[in-house]
Write a protein that binds this ligand. Structure first.
Ligand code: NAP
Length: 383
């Protein structure tokens, strides 16, 4: 793997010099170079804006390693008519990043080797030649693990300014994580007061919101997570009724103890053995939101599923998969409600911000060893 080099200082280049054609120079620039006594090409190179990026270099075997990525530097082009030049502020690290690295077709086309690593980013428009965007606009999109990108605006979402939340919230509460938690629970599981709701990865970005929304809806909420610190956080800070450390507890026993009336709703983020344990304890007409399968993302071969899926039949239960993007058209409904809950102190969240694009591949590991405390984000540049 090529190690990242230290960040450059990006000297701004006067318009008409930087850009599409790296040989495009004007007389003013030549005169300036001469006055400074620098060889023209060296001076030009210093002034060019460099785009640092991570490319996908190999299909991971098991968990993604740094050697599955390649650090790359290229020159930032000028936006053409109708385009915008965008600077990345944050990128979101998500368990699905690992899924995107596989060669197989999924809910998005496979990412070809050599492409910029795919990722959701919050960015600022640096330069616009598109009438729908102005310099300084905040935008979000699948812009990848890189410092700069050029877009025609078609797949960009403009972010509102002036909301009483930090920019990072546009990945969490007011982003794809918020949509996932809100609709994955409310639309698919239709929780009712007094019902028992169990959540896996309960201290994570999605899980922690699901549990709090469950409490707002009057459920008895039980969370499964992998450390005692996370157990304390969801119980003491977020108000879950019970927390189970699935790495140290006997999960079927702990579920029995904490869900004495059975499990009416399961918000599944992991699949595998925990799903199997839950299926044995579901109630009549239970609902299961199939949100994620993180216990299987690093597996190279298909893993055997729970042998007790037939319990869905016996219990006339509903298990339903979904993607947060199914709910894009209803985002305003979710975000208006959740920002209200945030303001009323009914919802809390935490973010885990890793500094520097160069650390993105290493940071991805935190999602799989469980050391991320809240929504995992990489800070690429200043806000
Ligand atoms: P997160 O929960 O903030 O972080 C991932 C967590 O997963 C880790 O902190 C770890 O927590 C847990 N984990 C890792 N490996 C595990 C394993 N083998 N078994 C059990 N738990 C494991 O991540 P997130 O972004 O909120 O995502 C959570 C789930 O939601 C993922 O499955 C993701 O794919 C899914 N998701 C789905 C959609 C959708 O549209 N359907 C959208 C967003 C996310 P512990 O310490 O608790 O082990």
């Amino acid at each position: 793997m090529q190690r990242p080099v230290p960040k450059y200082i990006h000297a701004e280049v006067p318009r008409g010099i930087q850009g599409a054609g790296t040989n495009r120079r004007d007389q003013k620039q030549n005169d300036l170079d001469a006055r400074l006594g620098l060889p023209a090409q060296a001076q030009y190179t210093l002034r060019m804006k460099t785009n640092q990026q991570w490319l996908i270099a190999a299909r991971p075997q098991g968990e993604a390693k740094e050697s599955d990525f390649r650090w790359n530097e290229t020159t930032v082009a000028d936006p053409a008519d109708g385009q915008v030049l965008i600077r990345t502020v944050y990128i979101s690290l998500d368990p699905t990043n690992r899924v995107w690295m596989n060669g197989a077709e999924s809910y998005l086309p496979p990412l070809p080797l050599g492409n910029v690593m795919r990722g959701v980013a919050v960015c600022v428009v640096e330069e616009s030649r598109n009438p729908s965007y102005a310099k300084g606009d905040l935008v979000q999109g699948l812009l990848g693990w890189q410092q700069y990108s050029i877009s025609d605006g078609a797949l960009l979402g403009k972010l509102p300014k002036g909301l009483p939340v930090p920019l990072t919230a546009f990945f969490g509460l007011l982003g794809h994580i918020g949509l996932t938690a809100y609709f994955g629970l409310l639309d698919i599981c239709e929780p009712k007061p007094g019902e028992t709701l169990v959540i896996s990865t309960a201290a994570g970005a999605v899980g922690s919101l699901v549990g709090q929304i469950g409490k707002i809806k009057g459920c008895h909420v039980v969370g499964l997570t992998g450390t005692d610190e996370k157990c304390r956080w969801i119980k003491d800070e977020l108000g879950f009724d019970a927390a189970i450390n699935y790495k140290t507890a006997n999960v079927p026993e702990a579920l029995k103890q904490n869900c004495p009336k059975g499990i009416d709703i399961y918000f599944d983020n992991v699949g595998g053995e925990i799903l199997e344990a839950v299926l044995n304890q579901i109630t009549l007409k239970a609902r299961i939101s199939v949100c994620g399968m993180i216990s299987q993302y690093n597996e190279d071969r298909p893993v055997p599923g729970p042998p007790n899926l037939a319990n869905l039949i016996v219990k006339r239960a509903r298990m339903e998969g979904f993607l947060c993007t199914d709910y894009n058209s209803r985002a305003e409904e979710a975000f208006t409600q959740m920002i209200g809950w945030l303001m009323q102190g009914k919802l809390k969240y935490r973010v885990d911000v890793v500094e520097g694009l160069e650390n993105a591949p290493r940071a991805l590991h935190k999602l799989f060893d469980g050391s991320n405390k809240g929504k995992l984000i990489v800070k690429v540049g200043p806000e």
